[in-house]
Ligand binder design. Structure first.
Ligand code: XLS
Ligand code: NI
Ligand code: NI
Length: 442
């Protein structure tokens, strides 16, 4: 068989997923995601840059803390580690191609089995990289971002770059070097740091200041290496408040932006915002997006959703059009994502055991985003949403309000203006009116 298809078809009976329009009855088709449709000056394909998460789609096995694997994969059976990696790559690129996903994202340990021997792990990763390069050329699927997993191996139980033991940090460095080498060789457009164990379980045994400084030093060291070796893309930090640590240093957008500013990393780093991480932090997804956008740091998103009743990082596929419309409003008004795309950091449920379930999950996610983009664009171009919001601030557009914005008024000036103008008129915030606009278009 060709390099694109590999020796074996892993998803038999499922062909190319295509756009068939809202009236289609075919469950294996897009109703709203039309990759050629132009919204806000770009095709949907370019707007979203949808990505497949190697870890959930090819590695996640449906196991949970109470039960064994329920998703059994045929691409995991070869004896040799490099052959297993190639079989998995065959399945990965078959899936991404059939699913019409233009990008993928990976951790080093997703693509090949980890080995504690640094040189052996590098050898596996290089072999995969060479193979993946051919699959990418044949399929046209591109790399949105790569990353290194510094949280699964037991040596990282006290952190990777924030580990109190320098010997562990050095191993983290070796892994990041390997993941960067692979990302650069594959023309990766971005590189992600998600610090699952960069935080603490108990402050009693933790020197927080020193750990945070090590994190910053580590990021500088990695960035310098990547730049020296030709990486032109953007680095992303992916905030999350907790899980697996009790407290993660990259808590939320505001915390990360402050950290990047303090340690002089603003020029090279932006944010990768994940829906379920935002809600874990007690925010909405759109809040996290807005904080990043306002700082010029909205790089990429990890698409998923949590569960409102249990609050964990359940990584479900997005299905809520109205909620996502509010998020797309923020993204559209920010002028889109800077360099990144929409990576489905989402998994089918433990009991969704058919191959087709993987496809339904991604179709649902992509269609939900497409509907939300169409709705948000209509809200911005057809409704009075923007005008109403601007009007709330009209008193700052001219006169004394404008002078205040420009820093021309003292506190005494404010006092004299208040005394002269008396009690302000009552002005409605019209929240329900705004909410109705969302429902009218979503
Ligand atoms: C875990 C994170 C992780 C990152 C990549 O909660 O979302 O999957 O996206 O390391
Ligand atoms: Ni997550
Ligand atoms: Ni994520």
């Amino acid at each position: 068989m060709s390099i694109l298809l590999g020796d074996k078809e892993y998803f038999p009976g499922i062909g190319q997923i295509a756009y068939e329009g809202p009236d289609s009855d075919n469950p294996l088709a897009f109703r709203f995601y039309d990759e050629t449709k132009i919204i806000a000056g770009k095709t949907m394909k370019d707007y979203f840059k949808f990505g497949m998460a190697y870890w959930h789609t090819l590695v996640g096995n449906g196991g949970d803390p109470f039960g064994e694997a329920t998703h059994l994969y045929e691409w995991n059976q070869a004896q040799d580690a490099v052959q297993r990696a190639k079989d998995k790559a065959d399945a990965a690129f078959e899936f991404a191609t059939k699913m019409n996903l233009p990008y993928f994202c990976f951790h080093d340990v997703d693509v090949v089995d980890y080995d504690n021997n640094v040189a052996e792990f590098e050898r596996r990763l290089r072999a995969w990289t060479e193979y993946a390069r051919q699959k990418m050329d044949a399929s046209g699927v591109k790399l949105l971002w790569g990353t290194a997993n510094l949280f699964s191996n037991r040596r990282y139980m006290n952190g990777g770059s924030t580990n109190p033991d320098f010997a562990v940090l050095a191993h983290g460095g070796a892994q990041v070097k390997g993941a960067l080498d692979a990302t650069i060789a594959l023309g990766g457009e971005n590189y992600v740091f998600w610090g699952g164990r960069e935080g603490y379980m108990s402050l009693l045994n933790t020197n927080m200041k020193r750990e945070v400084e090590h994190l910053a030093r580590f990021l500088h060291t990695a960035k310098d290496y990547a730049r020296k070796n030709g990486f032109k893309g953007t680095f992303f930090i992916e905030p999350k408040p907790c899980e697996p640590t009790k407290h993660q240093y990259d808590y939320d957008s505001a915390t990360v932006i402050g950290f990047l500013r303090q340690y002089d990393l603003l020029n090279d780093f932006k944010l990768n915002i994940e829906v379920n991480h935002a809600t874990l932090a007690g925010h909405t997804f759109q809040h996290e997006l807005q904080v990043a956008a306002d700082a010029g740091m909205l790089g990429s998103i990890d698409a998923n959703r949590g569960d409102y009743q249990n609050g964990w990082d359940t990584d479900q596929f997005p299905t809520n059009v109205a909620e996502l419309t509010e998020a797309m409003l923020v993204i559209l008004e920010a002028g889109g994502l800077q360099g990144g795309g929409v990576n489905f950091d989402a998994k089918r449920r433990r009991n969704s055991t058919d191959n087709a379930d993987l496809f339904y999950a991604h179709i649902g996610g992509m269609d939900t985003f497409a509907r939300a983009l169409i709705a948000a664009d209509a809200i911005l171009t057809k409704s009075d949403y923007k005008k109403l919001r601007e009007e709330r601030y009209a008193s700052f557009d001219s006169g004394k309000g404008k002078e205040f914005e420009e820093g021309k008024l003292t506190l005494e000036d404010l006092r004299d203006l208040a005394a002269a103008s008396g009690e302000p008129a009552v002005r409605s915030g019209k929240q329900e009116y705004f909410e109705n606009i969302i429902n009218r278009y979503a």
